[in-house]
Ligand binder design. Structure first.
Ligand code: PLP
Length: 447
């Protein structure tokens, strides 16, 4: 490294780490040994000590087109120069309408109407509010109960944590949202360990929705929200038949089905959306992350025609939904989203994820015999290596592997004792090899 490069990177290291309260981070631990990313391109980040790190996580499951895509940079710059902001309440700008139309065309079934948010959390809360309001305006005001699923993650808003099912995300925040129930999760590695793709076991767990309906009565239930594939809980793939059965039970009882596709949207499972991959169309779908390739924050809620039409049947001057964000449909985010969509389509990235799936799964399963590996799950371009927790020290084994992989130039993500992987859809086969060889090496050394 030349002296000037060294200096440039040194200068990008901040002097004072204390003022920033980092999200979902062990702040004290991080600040005692910071890991800093200063630039990115394609499949790689560059660290403050000028090392290239292969991104096996698409940032946080979001940079599906790869980093610093020129097309997105140019579209964003052009939009900032032309119309950097316009309000979206009672006035509009073309970019949000144009982007909504393209998303509606891409989405399955008649998910034809789009409400913009700024994040996945806001999309989840917006979806829940739309479901409640829909029943309210269609003469079913008693339908106020929301059903989530254990281990579910729907962001960090109060609605999202209420229907979510990860204890750490809920336990400190009271019970501000009563009237929520949860389906059981479908995680059971005794039954499903080392299944390639969707497990055979577990479809019957959808029947639990009938139990919940029997307990509360359908007339009190507004919606069921699930991630088609639980991402944050550690890549839990839906058992065969499970989502179809949820759809049937929701239809039978007039309950809206919401898919949270914040991770699964935009190619992660080898189709535009998990709804396409699993052949089940929800009534409401949330997206974020890959929506703009994460270059500008944005989320969205897509709703089926009959839901939108129900709201539009009110009088001419009425505001149909008292909900929205200052930045809903932000022009710069729409420009980033349009450019990301062009890349997905022009570069055939959803198809590419599908083509790479079997190579990806085989590479992941090459770690099957490593000590402490107790399960491997993989589909599309997403995967998890589940490790046996150290006695009395849960999460330490996986976090240690994360640190060692980072030192060796591969960024992975951990949740509990699970290493979760979701590379950009532009990943090459030799990079897939590098990801699993690095993890394998780290696990071997730690054994
Ligand atoms: N929903 C799901 C399924 C997610 O995985 C996430 C984030 O990981 C969210 C919602 C929250 O998104 P955000 O962090 O953009 O608020």
């Amino acid at each position: 490294m030349s002296e000037s490069t060294q200096n440039a990177h040194h200068e990008s290291m901040p002097n004072d780490l204390d003022p920033l309260w980092m999200p979902f981070t062990a702040n004290k631990q991080f600040k005692s040994a910071p890991r800093m990313l200063v630039s990115a391109e394609g499949m790689h980040y560059t660290t403050s000590d000028n090392r290239k790190v292969l991104d096996a996580t698409s940032g946080l499951w979001c940079v599906n087109c790869g980093h610093a895509r020129k097309e997105i940079t140019e579209a964003v710059s052009a939009q900032v120069g032309k119309l950097e902001y316009a309000p979206g309440f009672q006035i509009g700008h073309p970019a949000s309408f144009e982007f909504a139309a393209r998303l509606a065309a891409l989405a399955p079934g008649d998910l034809d109407h789009v409400f913009f948010t700024n994040s996945g959390s806001e999309a989840a809360d917006t979806a829940l509010k739309i479901a409640l309001a829909y029943h309210n305006i269609t003469g079913n005001a008693s339908r106020t109960r929301l059903i989530g699923r254990e281990k579910g993650y729907h962001g960090v808003g109060f609605g999202g944590i209420a229907v979510g099912g990860i204890a750490n995300n809920r336990k400190h925040f009271g019970t501000a949202f009563p009237g929520v129930d949860h389906l059981p999760h479908t995680y059971n590695i005794k039954q499903t360990a080392f299944t390639k793709g969707q497990p055979e076991w577990g479809g019957h767990l959808a029947e639990d929705l009938e139990r919940i309906v029997a307990l509360h009565d359908a007339s009190t239930i507004a919606a069921v929200i699930v991630e088609p594939m639980s991402g944050s809980a550690g890549v839990i793939l839906p058992p065969k038949g499970y989502l179809k059965r949820l759809r049937e039970i929701c239809d039978k009882h007039g309950i809206l089905l919401i898919f949270d596709e914040v991770i699964t949207g935009f190619g992660r499972l080898g189709e535009s959306f998990a709804a396409e991959r699993f052949g089940v169309v929800p009534d409401i779908m949330t997206v974020a992350k890959g929506l703009t390739n994460a270059a500008i924050p944005m989320g969205a809620v897509l709703v089926r025609k009959h839901i939108y039409d129900a709201f539009m049947s009110s009088s001419e001057n009425a505001i149909e939904l008292f909900h929205g964000y200052t930045y809903s449909g932000h022009p710069v985010a729409c420009a980033a989203g349009q450019a990301a969509l062009d890349i997905y389509i022009n570069d055939g990235l959803f198809e590419r994820a599908a083509e790479l799936e079997s190579y990806w799964i085989d590479a992941a399963f090459s770690l099957q015999d490593h000590s402490h590996v107790i399960d491997i799950r993989a589909m599309g371009l997403v995967g998890a290596i589940e490790l046996e927790p150290m006695a009395g020290k849960p999460t330490v084994r996986a976090f240690d592997a994360f640190l060692k992989c980072f030192e060796r130039g591969v960024l992975v993500r951990t949740t509990g004792d699970i290493i979760a992987l979701s590379p950009p859809l532009i990943v090459e086969k030799n990079q897939i090899d590098q990801i699993f060889e690095t993890i394998g090496d780290v696990l071997k050394k730690a054994a």
